[in-house]
Design a binder for this molecule. Structure first.
Ligand SMILES: [Zn+2]
Length: 336
């Protein structure tokens, strides 16, 4: 599908049309900007048209491949005990082979609407929108919801495939004077313990944090997301809702009220959670300000993302290659 979008794009370029083609993946969002064909490709006016086309197609394939490899590296770094290795089948499709032996397709290559991605995201869909690690002062716009798409096959592999299995993995974590159940797989409960300890220290000297964060509203709850058939991340015990405010959720409050609440929310607390691999629902256009979710792959992608990395040589530019494990993961991915 992407190929078709690019071909249309190429036609626009050569017909001199000003219209821009919306990237189906971003759905109108303008954060962050990505390298466009124009500035990643140095036009040579003397090159015949068909050669230009071939070059642009090559760049497109390279870009897809680079992005895929970076996503796979993030997934391997974030779930080292669960993602075993990668495999490419005869058709060229790439799979994650999980420790259980089950295989999960990276990209189904279907063109999906926003709602279709919510219901049935593959791993590529879940990682497409870059999570903004820095502070934000405005609510996100245009369906920019990094982390709101989830790949259920993957979550079930890591955190439990049934209610009973998930409940076997629950561990009580004491946070803000309450004991909360959290999944003990892939370091999720360990990360929450770390958050609890850091939050306790911060809360001692910071009233605003204490008043806005505690008491915790909830963690584990085997339920679907309101108005959908999809399991909530709370059902996997990898999400935490802190103190509730009626302006917290896009279904409860206008954008204006959400914006007001966003402005008041203690960023020191957000930083602690992000440091420990939790993403914040305050950074979603469909805002969910009390909600944080353990998604190490998205935090890792955000942490090592470098603008224009395609221009810097290797596909893993920006990643910590001094780390021996990361180095070995890169070698694994290069063999796909
Ligand atoms: Zn929540």
């Amino acid at each position: 599908m992407k190929k078709i979008v690019y071909m249309i794009f190429i036609l626009f370029i050569f017909s001199g049309c000003d219209n821009t083609v919306k990237d189906k993946s971003i759905e109108g969002a303008n954060f962050p900007s990505s390298t466009s064909i124009e500035n990643s490709y140095d036009h040579d006016e003397k090159t015949p048209l068909n050669q230009e086309k071939t070059k642009i197609e090559d760049i497109e394939l390279d870009e897809y491949d680079i992005n895929m490899k970076r996503d796979l590296l993030c997934l391997k770094m974030a779930y080292p005990e669960y993602v075993s290795y990668f495999e490419r089948d005869a058709k060229g499709e790439v799979y994650l082979v999980m420790t259980s032996g089950n295989k999960i397709l990276y990209d189904d290559r279907l063109s999906k609407t926003y709602n279709q991605k919510l219901a049935n995201a593959d791993l590529q869909d879940t990682m497409e929108m870059l999570y903004p690690l820095g502070n934000i002062s405005e609510l996100m716009e245009d369906n920019y919801d990094p982390g709101r798409f989830r790949c259920y096959a993957f979550l079930k592999e890591v955190y439990g495939g049934s209610r009973q299995q998930i409940e076997n993995y629950l561990e009580g974590v004491s946070i803000g004077g309450k004991v909360c159940s959290f999944n003990n797989r892939n370091n999720a409960s360990a990360a929450l313990k770390q958050v609890a300890a850091q939050m306790k220290i911060l809360g001692q000297s910071n009233n605003i944090v204490r008043q806005n964060i505690f008491p915790v509203n909830g963690t584990y709850n085997y339920r679907v997301i309101a108005g959908t058939n999809q399991l909530s991340p709370h059902a996997f015990a990898i999400a935490i809702d802190f103190k509730s405010d009626k302006r917290d959720y896009w279904k409860w409050a206008s954008r204006e009220l959400g914006q007001q609440r966003l402005g008041e929310y203690p960023r020191e607390a957000v930083e602690i959670l992000e440091e420990n691999n939790f993403i914040w629902g305050g950074k979603w256009a469909h805002f969910d300000i009390l909600h944080f979710e353990y998604r190490p792959e998205l935090i890792i992608k955000a942490r090592y993302y470098v603008e224009d990395f395609e221009m810097e040589g290797s596909w893993y530019y920006g990643f910590p290659t001094e780390d021996e494990r990361v180095k070995s993961y890169i070698e694994t991915i290069d063999r796909i």
